[in-house]
Design a protein around this ligand. Structure first.
Ligand code: 0JX
Ligand code: SF4
Length: 321
């Protein structure tokens, strides 16, 4: 196909998109541990939910495991992923004298501490989140069994069986849909007016900002691509937000080779965003794939500035012993 034969395509790039401060910190932690201590470095769970990132770290000497029981006795560092872990994990690491390094995002840790404070004050904790997600497993695992009740939807609020007079508080997963969560919280407050809410929203700044940018772009485009993994909660939410904002063709795409050209082959405008765990190089790869088929004009649509930065876990800072 000659260059002039390519149809035009207007690409609107959402900003902010892609890596958040917690992801940068978690990936840097693995890279710094490899530099400082040499390979291997063990990582419990995908450090962030992105296969490209995980494969890159594997090539540098990281070994990914689902559970600590898969790790032989070792002096090598053992890193916990950005999503956080139940209390039993650092306990097991200590019992096995592992050199544990916690790369849990500080904003997830904040939710863990909130849950603990509520429990100490005698409140039953209601967690709004997605069953089985590692962050939810980690947050529930901060407290003894039965101290946290998990709900996902506003409908579940009506079905909660809680003895009258039980002091209540709620916390949430950090990567939820801002709009869905508002509805769940409204239902909770309507049924339990005394319920204690977080001081500051648990849905993090990165989740909120990425959803805002998608809401701005999605109504203006024929189709939308969210660069991210199927197991990435925040990326899945971005795809849903795009659909709800009026974009009928919204797809989650991990790599350019996955693009369904039956869906994206005859459009005039395209929105692109990326989940918090998706590297910018994959966004570029996808733009290049469209540039091979269309004459593209790329514009950025920015709805917020981000300057959040989290220092490395203490054991990896330059001044650490
Ligand atoms: O599935 P999540 O969105 O929680 O994780 P992902 O995609 O790895 O994103 C970065 C880590 C987010 C933790 O809150
Ligand atoms: Fe932290 Fe939010 Fe990023 Fe999760 S999405 S790692 S909570 S900044």
């Amino acid at each position: 196909m000659s260059v002039s034969a390519k149809p035009p395509l207007r690409i609107l790039l959402c900003a902010p998109r892609g890596f958040c401060a917690g992801v940068v910190r978690a990936i840097d932690a693995v890279e710094e541990a490899l530099r400082k201590f040499g390979a291997p470095v063990y990582v419990r769970h995908e450090i962030v939910h992105n296969r490209y990132v995980v494969e890159g770290l594997k090539r540098k000497g990281a070994i990914f495991v689902d559970e600590l029981s898969e790790i032989p006795d070792t002096d090598a560092p053992v890193i916990f992923s950005a999503h956080g872990v139940p209390k039993s994990v650092p306990e097991e690491a200590e019992a096995r004298r592992f050199h544990a390094i916690d790369a849990t995002c500080p904003l997830v840790t904040k939710v863990h501490r909130e849950a603990e404070i509520h429990h100490r004050r005698g409140r039953l904790v209601i967690l709004i989140g997605h069953q089985g997600h590692p962050e939810v497993v980690g947050t529930m695992g901060q407290l003894p069994p039965g101290a946290v009740v998990l709900i996902e939807t506003a409908e579940e609020v009506a079905r909660l069986e809680i003895p009258p007079g039980t002091p209540l508080a709620f916390v949430t997963q950090t990567t939820l849909s801002v709009d869905d969560t508002r509805q769940v919280v409204e239902a909770l407050k309507a049924r339990f007016p005394e319920i204690v809410a977080p001081h500051k929203e648990d849905i993090c700044y990165a989740t909120t900002n990425r959803q805002e940018a998608v809401k701005r772009v999605a109504p203006q485009v024929d189709a939308m691509i969210v660069v991210g993994s199927p197991n990435s909660s925040n990326s899945q939410r971005l795809r849903e937000v795009a659909e709800r904002a009026g974009c009928r063709r919204a797809a989650l795409v991990l790599r350019a080779e996955e693009i369904d050209w039956a869906l994206f082959g005859a459009i005039g405008s395209l929105g692109i965003t990326a989940g918090a765990s998706a590297p910018e190089i994959l966004v570029e790869e996808i733009i290049d794939a469209f540039a091979a088929r269309y004459t593209v004009a790329v514009e950025t649509v920015s709805t917020a500035d981000e300057s959040v930065f989290f220092p490395l876990p203490r054991a990896l800072r330059p001044d650490a012993a």
